[in-house]
Every structure is written in C-alpha cells, then in structure tokens.
Design a protein. Sequence first.
Lengths: 195, 383
Amino acid sequence: MTEISIAAASTVTGADLPAARLGQRFGRLDLQSQLALLAVASLNVNFDGLPRDRTGICLAASAGSLSTDVNFWNGRHAVGGPSPTLFAYTLPSAAVGEVAIHFRLTGPNLCFVGDDKIILPEAADLLRRGEADACVCIYCDVVTADCSKIISLPPAAMARAFFLKNGGGGICTLPEFDRDMKALSAIIFQTKSAG
Amino acid sequence: MREPEVVIAGCGVISAVGCGVGPLRTALQNNASGLRASEKFSAPRFLSNIVGPAPRNPDDDNPAWFLAAEALQQARANAGRALATIPAEKTGLILSTTKANIEALERISAGRPCSETARRHLRADLLAADLAAAHGARGPVQTVSTACVSGLVAISQAAKTIQRGDADAVLVVGVDCLSEFVVAGFTALKALDPQGCRPFDQDRSGLSPGEAGAAVVLVRADLCAQPAIKVRAFGGSNDANHLTGPSRDGSGLAQAIRVALSAAKLNPSEIDFVHAHGTGTGYNDAMESLALKTVFGEACPPVSGAKGMLGHTLGAAGVIETICCVLAMENNFLPGTPRLSHAAEGTPPGLVREPRPAARLKNVLKLNTGFGGLNGALILSHD
C-alpha cells in the first residue's frame, strides 16, 4: 500500500486573526473562511512546487456554516436588504472555495459537516485512488455566541490544517488507525516542541 | 485487486412535480414544469415568486426531515430484495444538503413555535444521524455539503464506501427546502429570474429555487439480482477563480469531465447523453456550454437540463438529477429542457428541447457546479 505522510500541521484560533496578513480580501471573508485560510497559510507549504490540479482540499466543519447563517439572517432587515456577500458564505464549502482561490488549487474537493474524524481517511483515500497527489485537510470548529444560543454546541473559533502527500518523510506517516486530528495534532506539536 | 462495481438499486423522490418516481418519469416524458407562483414569496423584498414547491404541509417545522424521510422510504421500498439481504451494520447513509432544516432558524428568530427535533435538525450532521437511525443504516454515516455539487459528491462517496468494503449498501439522500432564507439570499445576489428560470434560453436571467427530497440506494453489484445502472466514475475540480461566479472559460468543469472520463476509461465519443447543471443564470449556462465544447468539440452528445421542471434544489439537485438520468436510461428516452424557448448563442448544438425516444443510452454524464468554484461530473453506465 502506498505510504502517505503528514508533511505539515497547524492550529490557529480567533486570537491569531488580527496578525494575519493574507491580502486585501481577507477582511471580507466570514470567520470560518478566515480561520481555514490562516490555518492553511500557517502550514508554510510552497504550493508553487505542486501540480495545482492534483492537489485536493478536504474540509469538515463542526457546525456547517450555521454561525454565518445566523449572522446573515440577523441582518435581513438591514437597509438595502440582506447582505449578498454574507449569503455567499452560508455554505460550509465557502471556506474550501477561499482556500482554492488563494492558493490556486484546482484539484478535487470534499466538504463535510461534523467532527474531524472523517477528514484524514477521506483525504488519504483521494491519494490512494490516484485522484490527487497531495491534499490540504482542514477542520473548522466555529460557533459564534449568537449561534451557540441556538444549537447545542459551545462557542468556538479554531481551525486545524494538515498537509498530506504521497510518500514518506515529513512530520510522520499517516497512522492507519488514527482518525482524530486533535489527538494527532497534540502528538505532532508535542514532538515539535520537544525537538 | 479490482474494486467491486456499484449499482443504483432503488430511487425515491418528492419534488415540484409530485411524490414518487412515477410522477417524475411522467413529467420528464411530457416536458412538464412544476414551477409556479407562490404567495409566500410574493412580497416586494423577493425578486421572484416563481419557485418549485414540493407537496408538503406548509406549517411543518421540520420539512427537511419530511422530504428526506419520504424519499428514503420510497427508495428502500424500490430497492426491495437487494437491500433486504444486507445487514444494517453493512448499510451506510450519506446526506447531501446545503441548508438542512433552515426553517428552524427562521422560526426561532421570529419567536414562532419550533420543536426540539426541528431545532436539532438545523445541524446537518444530526439530521443525517437521525435519518440513518430511522432507516436501518448502522454502517458509516457522512454529511456532504459541497454546495450544489453535494449530490454528485455524495453518490461518489457512497460508491467509494462500498468499494472500500466499509458497507455493502449506502442510502444517499439529498434534501433542501424552500425557505425565505434561500430566496432572500438569491434575491440579494440578483440571481433569480422574475419569470421563472429558462435554462440555456437567450432571455434567461436567473434561477428558480426549488425543494426536494431525493434518494438512491447504492449496492454492491453482485448483491443486486436485477440488472441496474452502474455508478461508473466521478471527477471533481475547483475553478479557483471566484466564490459565487463560475470561471468564464469553463476550464474547471472541463477538467472535472476529463477526470471522470479518464477514471471511466471512456472516450468523449462514448457518452450518449449529458444531463447539464443548467441553472438558467447567464454565466453558468455560458460556462457550461463552453466546457462541453472544450471536451466534445462539435460532436457534443444530446444535452438537456431539469431545473426548468424542478427548480434549483441545491443539495438535492445532484441526486434528483441523477434519478432523471436513471429514468432516461431505463426507459430509452432523452428528457427535454422545460421552459426553453429560444436557445442562446453558443449553447451546445445537441440541446434537447422536447423529450424524444432514444436508442439505448449506455453512458450518461451528469454535471453540477456550485459556489466556491466546485465542479462535479458523474458517469452512469449500463452493461
């Protein structure tokens, strides 16, 4: 079986956003897209050296786009009507689109609603099937205070990103059994700080 | 080792043209449209009141559940013995949706009654979990939300789940409901045609929102006694160009089609029919026409689209339009393009206006595109 490795990993929170320098459009993105984009930028991967059409994106969002949905719906009575800009972000896959646009990645995309355990196996499957040579994996846990009042999830503003590629090397090979990005991140960052 | 083939063993649908696969087949064979004016969206704050409503109780606080459950029930019954022999632990469920039960958000915001279940189903993953529990699927459960490509991605994910051996059958259900949320959003984007959508028409000016529950039962081919349509291959790509607008040259969709053709080991000339995304927006239809020209040149196979019949059903679109393809393949006809009057310049030469009998459709290509630059191409095949 082809070996797949985690070449880079990152975790960002809402506290990291003010220092982000990701172009003029960044401020117009919704919170989930900002965090996803910053997490991928923090991987420090040089996408220029990769075939863009062979690099996939696989994202899961704990609460879909509900935080932005609530924000959009609460603004429906604004002068001029609801925001067309915000409406475009009322899809969890908007964050996938923003990452694709920023890094010019034209490969296959997957986007799920739910926890982080689906991302790594599905991204690895894209590589094993030869549908992509590399894949950006993103988990977004974004629940604003307004949204938290409506659904049974605590407030959160966090994104985690991994960069998966074919072959060995990198930080570690992808364990077959470990589907939990949070647990895997803890091991990776513990190893990094110890090293 | 060769991966097992995956077939569509059953279908179920509730949409603007009625409840059941029969009414959909009849509508396809008669080029009928289920679009109509709705009092609910007649206020001046909406750009259009022409929508595709499904037959349901307008006072239901959980229409996503109703539509999805109805479609699943039909599809399971339609699959019959093929599904009955597969244990629940080897049966998965994949939900395709963009907004789940968004009705609950409107009710909560307005202080209207909303049950706990309806509120719970605002979360698409919980809607999927509850549908799986209610429909005997104790295997893998996923919630796919890749904008208007969700349905095709969900079918592709279901096929992969079976091919990996994680399940022997997967219920794929697509659902999205008509809501003020969605109609207000597309109004804000100025993406609605006040006269109702007219895909590929020279006077088209936008889409018409619709709602549907649509379900297909995918099973490992060797477990299905009856001949059935195969899920042959899927190709996906991203335009990496614009969040809400497609690439002008169609290169992203062309890439997805080529990936699917390559995975299916087919030449473009072997595709017998293309079922288009065909939203009726100026940019989408032009882009799609260019993508088809790029891949097929002047020898483009017959092309048609169903959104003039069903409206744009978002997360359900890929599933219900795949069912349209299955019906065309099973009944040897080419569906038409409802509400098309005068084809726009540059549209594919093989654009089918009215339904007509066809020779056996061996390989059919289903296309969808979505916000975020996402593109999907699914190939279905007969033996």
